[in-house]
Structures are given as structure tokens and as C-alpha cells.
Design a protein around this ligand. Structure first.
Ligand code: GAR
Length: 203
């Protein structure tokens, strides 16, 4: 059983999808820690409701990007974490952090990478950009995290239609329901399972 840490910043619906998948779709790993970089994020409450230990690490309090990443790294070591999932974690991590866990950090992004990704594309902004471009299909991507923002190897993708009259909010909801909440637990299972010695395969 791999020990998973989920890093969050907000509402935590993707964290909830992972919690709900435990023992079912997600059976090769268990969520052993949830870390928020935002004080009082609702995701922390979701973790507490599921009896999962939580920690909060605030960049400003740490004083620098490196000190922030060092604090995260020391918590991951303390909780003996094998796999890290960025689930709505709205801050960029540098190679100082990502280089320590090659092939063991996943991120869920609410578009079909390489569209509408990279610095500045996060949360509702991604859906605003998709709508203003006028794409007819968008979706979600789960990928490995490396030093390039949204640039690591793609693990899984799912397309979702854009509908007439969509707002960023309606599109975000559809992408979550039809893609993110399904793909993320599957991809985390695939990686946890692969780390167990099986051949790793993209979905
Ligand atoms: C999700 O749509 C996730 O894909 C996105 O933020 C939302 C978080 O929602 N992440 C990014 O944009 C990262 N670049 P949640 O807190 O309810 O899981």
C-alpha cells in the first residue's frame, strides 16, 4: 500500500473524489496526509471528516520559495509519503521540490494539455480561456509533475464537450464531473500500482 499525500488550496472536490475512491478504484494506495497552502481551505475539513491528518504550510510564513518547499519536503518525509497528488494546488513548485520525487508527483489540470495550460492558467481562468477561444471540446489531464509548469508526461486525458450558453462555472462543473473526478483516482491507482513493481502504463 503506497502512502499518498494530497496537496490542496481550495474546495477540495478532487480530494473528495480520491477519498471516495479509497478501497474501490484506489486500492493500491491510501491517503496518509493532506497539506494545504491556504489557511482554512475547505479541503482541510474534507480530510478531517475522513480522519486524514492535515498540515498547513503558508509560503509567506516560510519566508521564501525554498523554505516553503523545504517545509513540504520535511513533512512528506515525516509521514513517509511515496506518491504526491496536486489536487487544486494553486502554487508552482520548482525543481528543488519536483526533482526529489521523479515520476511520483501527479497533477490534475482542467483542460486538454497542451491547450490552456502553463503559468497563469489555473481554476476558472482555464475555462474562461477555453470559452473565449471558442473551442468546442475541452477536458481534463492528469500528468506527472516536473520542473516545467504543466509540462510533465501525460498519464490520462478525457474530453468533455463545450455547450451553447456555457459559463466558466458550468463548464468547470462539467469538466470536474465528467473528467477530473473519474480520471484522477484511476491515474493515482495506476501510479501506486506501478510503483509496486508492475510495468507502468499510461491510461
Ligand atoms: C480543479 O478544477 C483543478 O483541476 C484545478 O483547480 C480546481 C480545483 O478544484 N487545478 C488547476 O487549475 C491547476 N493548474 P478542487 O479544489 O475542488 O479540487
Amino acid at each position: 500500500m503506497k502512502r499518498i499525500a494530497v496537496l490542496v488550496s481550495g474546495g477540495g472536490t478532487n480530494l473528495q473524489a480520491l477519498i471516495d475512491a479509497q478501497g474501490d478504484v484506489l486500492h493500491s494506495g491510501k491517503i496518509a496526509l493532506v497539506i494545504s497552502n491556504v489557511e482554512g481551505a475547505y479541503a482541510l475539513q474534507r480530510a478531517k471528516n475522513a480522519d486524514i491528518p492535515t498540515e498547513t504550510v503558508i509560503k509567506k510564513v516560510c519566508g521564501s520559495q525554498i523554505a516553503f518547499e523545504d517545509r513540504l519536503l520535511s513533512l512528506l518525509e515525516q509521514y513517509e509519503i511515496d506518491v504526491i497528488v496536486l489536487a487544486g494546488f494553486m502554487t508552482i513548485l520548482t525543481e528543488h521540490f519536483t526533482g526529489r520525487y521523479p515520476g511520483r508527483i501527479l497533477n490534475v489540470h482542467p483542460s486538454l494539455i497542451p491547450s490552456f495550460c502553463g503559468e497563469g492558467f489555473y481554476g476558472l481562468r482555464v475555462h474562461e480561456a477555453a470559452l473565449s477561444y471558442g473551442v468546442k471540446v475541452t477536458g481534463a489531464t492528469v500528468h506527472f509533475v516536473n520542473e516545467v509548469c504543466d509540462g510533465g508526461q501525460i498519464i490520462a486525458q478525457k474530453a468533455v464537450p463545450v455547450l451553447e450558453g456555457d459559463t466558466p462555472e458550468t463548464l468547470q462543473r462539467r469538466v470536474m464531473e465528467q473528467a477530473e473526478w473519474i480520471l484522477l483516482p484511476q491515474a493515482v491507482e495506476t501510479v501506486c500500482n506501478g510503483l509496486g513493481g508492475n510495468e507502468y502504463e499510461c491510461i
